[in-house]
Each structure stands twice: as C-alpha cells, then as structure tokens.
Design a protein around this ligand. Structure first.
Ligand code: HEC
Ligand code: HEC
Length: 369
C-alpha cells in the first residue's frame, strides 16, 4: 500500500471514530412520527398524550407486545387471544373470556379502535384512567394472563429482539412497567376505524339502500307511540332514540350511562366510585363495527342485534337505574314504542353499515410475527 493511501485510510478511520463517539450520547435513538391515516373530516381531531407521542417504532413495539404470549404466565395467551382483529378486537363470540388458568371472567371483552377519542376511563366500569395503566391490568389479572410484571420485564430484557426494538422506540435501555404500558398505548391508539359504508356514504362515495336509509332515520329520531297522530309511512314517527346515547360520528357518548338493563349484581361505575348515583352506569360503547362484536353489553347477555333492539323497545327495566334525560321517550313509552318488524330490520340494517372491513383486515393492526 502506498504511504499516501495509508494516511487517507487513517484519517478516514479517525473521522469515522470521532463521528460515532459524538453521535452516541447526542442522538441515542431516532423515532419517526406515526402518520395517522383516517378521514379527518368525519372524526374529531386527534387526542394524543403529550408525554407519549405516537411513533412508528413505538407502535411496532406495542404491536409485538400485543400479539406475544410472552406476557402471560404460561406463554399461552396474548392480548389478541381475547381481542381478535377479525372481531373488531373483541373475543371470539364468547360471553366471558377464559384466562390462562381456565378461569372465566365476569365481563364481556371490549372492542379496541378509536380509543384516542375515548374519555379517560377504560373498562366497562371506567376503573382505569390512562390507557397505559389499563394495558398492565390484564397481564397481572389472575383471571386473564396471571403473570407478574417483574417476570415479564425479565423475559423481555432477556430477548435480543425486544431489546433491539426497545432501543429504536424509547430512550430507555431496559424494559420497565411504564415502557410496556406506553408501547401498548401507542399501538392501541394507532387502531382507527373510519372506513365503513356509513363513512363512505357521508363522503358521497356510496349510497344507502332504502332500508338502510329508513334505519338511519329511526336511529336518529325520538320514540313516540301510535297513540299520537302519526303518519304510518313516515319512519320519523317511529324513532328508536338511539342517537341520544350513541350519536355523533364516533357512535358513542363519552360518558358512563345507565341504559336500563336488569340488575345482574354488577354496579359498574358505582362499584368503582362508591357513589350510589353511579350505580349501574357503564361505558357507553361505540356502535361502530357492532355487527362483529357479539355478544352484547357488559355481560354479553344478548346474542344478536335483533335481541338488543327488542330490549330497547320493550324491556328497558323500569325499576333499575336509567338515564332518563337521554332516553326520555324510549323509557316512558316502554312496551308501547311502536316499531314494525320491517322497521326493526331496517334499524339493524343501518347498524350493519357501521362495519369497517378494512379495520378487520388491515395488516398494520395484525400480528407482526
Ligand atoms: C382473558 C381475556 C383477555 C385478555 C388476555 C386481555 N383482555 Fe383486554 N379485556 C378483556 C375483558 C373481559 C375486558 C373488559 C373487562 C372489564 O371491563 O372489567 C377487556 C377490556 C380491555 C380494554 C378496555 C377498552 C375500553 O374501551 O375501555 C382494553 C384497552 C384492553 N382490554 C386491552 C388489552 C390489552 C392491551 C391486553 C394485553 C396486555 C388485553 N386487553 C388482554 C379481556 C381480555
Ligand atoms: C340511555 C342511553 C342509551 C340509549 C338511549 C341507547 N343506548 Fe345502547 N348502550 C348504552 C349503554 C350505557 C351501553 C352499555 C351498557 C352495558 O353494557 O351495561 C349500551 C350498549 C349498547 C349495545 C352493546 C354494545 C356492546 O359493546 O356490547 C348496543 C348494540 C346498543 N347499545 C345499541 C343501541 C341501540 C340500537 C339503541 C336505540 C334503540 C340504543 N343503544 C339506545 C346507552 C344507551
């Protein structure tokens, strides 16, 4: 080798060493902001936690954790076992989910999408305020994954795959509870549903059938009875009052409400706050993708949407708590709300336009393994 080339080589090595030494402390990791791709004209502006910005790397780490049975005590169960993408991230038609020990929980699994717009209250009874704290609960719940956080942390720190992905996503070099929660929070916040037939109709890209249109009117109208003078041909006269509690483009009220279900011993929000005024109030879930999330209600008591509609029209329990201001007529007219079999069918047909096939199949939300 010529002398001059040795000098050049040496200089290059020095320069590159210098670069590396300078870079490590200054810029240990570089994250890429996550690009939310949804119909912003239909859904409210994003609500992202200031202390957990959503990044491509963070979402990827959360997605791995969500689909990995490493979070459960016997490595048999992941979050996706009870939150299956093809059922809008609910359980597989199970009334109650079965945990790793074969124990059965007491509530129906909940859908995971559009969580960015939920009130800061998770679970049917709102007992968890932050999504990142919620995400830890199923891991340590003995009727679910029945694992300890310390053991999960040990397992993750042992894995070179997880260490590599951790370093891409967070400044921390080892796992801790906060990071596991934040990564799961990022992945769950990235799951968005805004491409149902309903959305495409709103954007003028598709149209409702006559039946779906009738169902939409019924959904968005107040209930009245045949005793009033009504035009039997005008569906507006046969409202089902659904919009009071499931209105707006999210199809949910960001509130805990009592919808008049008969008492099964579960006090919902009241069990958490201890305030009797909160008794029997539950999270008012979104009706988006409702076709895919049977069975229904916090205890999965109804198997079909037809049963749910029948409940609202005739069985809203007069004696149990019910939010009257939100269902004035539905409740008052109990047993006398008139909706013909065709109108009930139309209401269900409208609810089915809220199914978003792209949510159920989008690879971004599926297992990374
Ligand atoms: C054994 C089944 C099971 C497993 C495993 C499971 N969940 Fe759940 N999940 C449920 C049930 C049941 C509920 C409702 C529980 C309640 O309200 O008390 C729920 C509720 C939730 C909610 C609340 C949604 C809302 O709108 O308030 C989120 C978010 C969630 N789970 C995420 C997760 C994550 C993340 C994991 C993995 C770390 C996980 N779940 C593991 C069954 C499960
Ligand atoms: C007073 C407010 C209120 C009104 C009016 C109302 N809902 Fe609900 N709805 C709720 C609440 C609260 C829940 C959750 C209750 C529970 O599980 O304990 C719920 C749950 C549901 C569920 C089950 C959701 C799930 O994730 O399992 C469906 C389906 C539903 N409602 C459809 C309707 C339809 C259709 C109408 C009109 C006929 C309607 N609701 C009217 C408050 C209301």
């Amino acid at each position: 080798m010529k002398k001059s080339s040795i000098i050049i080589l040496l200089t290059l090595t020095i320069i590159s060493c210098k670069d590396v030494i300078n870079e490590i402390p200054q810029n240990p990791f570089q994250t890429t902001p996550y690009n939310f791709n949804y119909n912003t004209s239909l859904l409210p502006p994003p609500r992202i936690p200031a202390d957990n910005p959503i990044t491509i790397e963070g979402v990827q780490l959360g997605r791995m954790l969500f689909y990995d049975p490493i979070l459960s005590s016997d490595s048999s169960q992941s979050c996706s076992s009870c939150h299956n993408q093809k059922n809008a991230f609910t359980d597989n038609n199970q009334q109650f989910s079965v945990g790793v020990e074969g124990t059965i929980g007491k509530r129906n699994s909940m859908a995971i999408f559009n969580l960015m717009w939920h009130i800061d209250g998770f679970f049917w009874d709102g007992r968890s305020n932050l999504l990142r704290h919620q995400a830890i609960e199923p891991i340590i719940d003995e009727t679910e994954m029945n694992e300890t956080i310390d053991h999960v942390i040990t397992k993750l720190n042992r894995s070179s795959l997880y260490k590599e992905n951790l370093q891409k996503a967070f400044p921390e070099t080892t796992f801790n509870e906060e990071i596991i929660g934040k990564a799961l929070e990022q992945f769950m916040l990235s799951i968005i549903s805004s491409d149902s037939k309903f959305d495409r109709v709103m954007l003028g890209l598709e149209s409702f059938t006559d039946e779906e249109k009738t169902g939409q009117v019924i959904f968005n109208s107040e209930a009245i009875t045949l005793q009033n003078e009504v035009d039997p041909n005008n569906p507006q006269n046969f409202g089902a009052d659904c919009f009071h509690c499931h209105g707006n483009s999210l199809f949910m009220r960001r509130e805990f409400l009592a919808n008049g279900l008969s008492d099964n011993g579960d006090k919902g929000l009241g069990g958490v706050t201890g305030d009797p005024r909160d008794d029997y109030k539950f999270k008012t879930t979104s009706l988006r993708n409702i076709e895919k999330t049977a069975p229904y209600m916090h205890d999965g008591r109804f198997k079909t949407l037809e049963e749910v509609v029948q409940f609202y029209l005739s069985d809203m329990n007069a004696s149990s708590a019910v939010d009257l201001s939100n269902s004035p007529n539905l409740h008052a007219l109990k047993d006398s709300v008139y909706l013909s079999p065709e109108h009930k069918k139309a209401l269900v047909a409208f609810l089915k336009t809220l199914t978003d096939e792209s949510l159920l199949t989008n690879e971004k939300y599926s297992s990374p393994f």
